[in-house]
Design a protein around this ligand. Structure first.
Ligand code: 5GP
Ligand code: ZN
Length: 137
């Protein structure tokens, strides 16, 4: 945790361009912005990924995301906004401190996420739902 870059940003040990701060979250500009107005919303405590969020932190993260999304829309009037949130290297996570991206989007802006649709049969969807309902119990 000591060498976590987002913990250092939260602690003010390295600089960031802050957008919003409250008790549980910090929103700041992404240093590798895809488009102008690309903001990261991080939780303040060091939580690696979504699996470590309690309900309060999860709610706070999304509340800040929604607030900042409205500001992005007002300030930049993008054609769209993508929320992107990665958990684990296979999912594209590179900083292991929970955060989500708000990316202002434009037609043909080059951002791409391959989405290889499989269209499984209805029975498979029902089986998958049952498996997850059991996991929620
Ligand atoms: P991830 O791939 O984990 O979803 O996203 C991590 C993001 O953090 C990347 O988009 C990257 O540009 C951003 N990032 C990494 N280091 C820093 C930093 O020191 N400052 C800021 N503002 N953003 C960073
Ligand atoms: Zn951290």
């Amino acid at each position: 945790m000591n060498d976590c870059v987002f913990c250092k940003i939260v602690a003010g040990q390295i600089p960031s361009a802050k957008v919003h701060e409250d008790e549980l979250t910090l929103a700041f500009m992404d240093i590798g912005a895809v488009n102008p107005g690309h903001v990261l919303v991080a939780v303040k405590p060091h939580v690696e990924n979504i699996f470590g969020l309690d309900d309060k932190l999860a709610a706070a993260a999304f509340q800040t995301a929604a607030r900042v999304a409205r500001a992005v829309q007002k300030a930049y009037s993008p054609e769209g906004v993508t929320l992107y949130q990665a958990n684990g290297a296979a999912a594209g996570q590179t900083v292991y401190h929970f955060h989500l991206h708000l990316v202002p989007r434009y037609e043909k802006d080059g951002m791409d996420l391959a989405w290889p649709v499989k269209n499984p049969p209805r029975e498979q969807l029902q089986a998958n739902a049952a498996k997850l309902r059991a996991a929620l119990e």
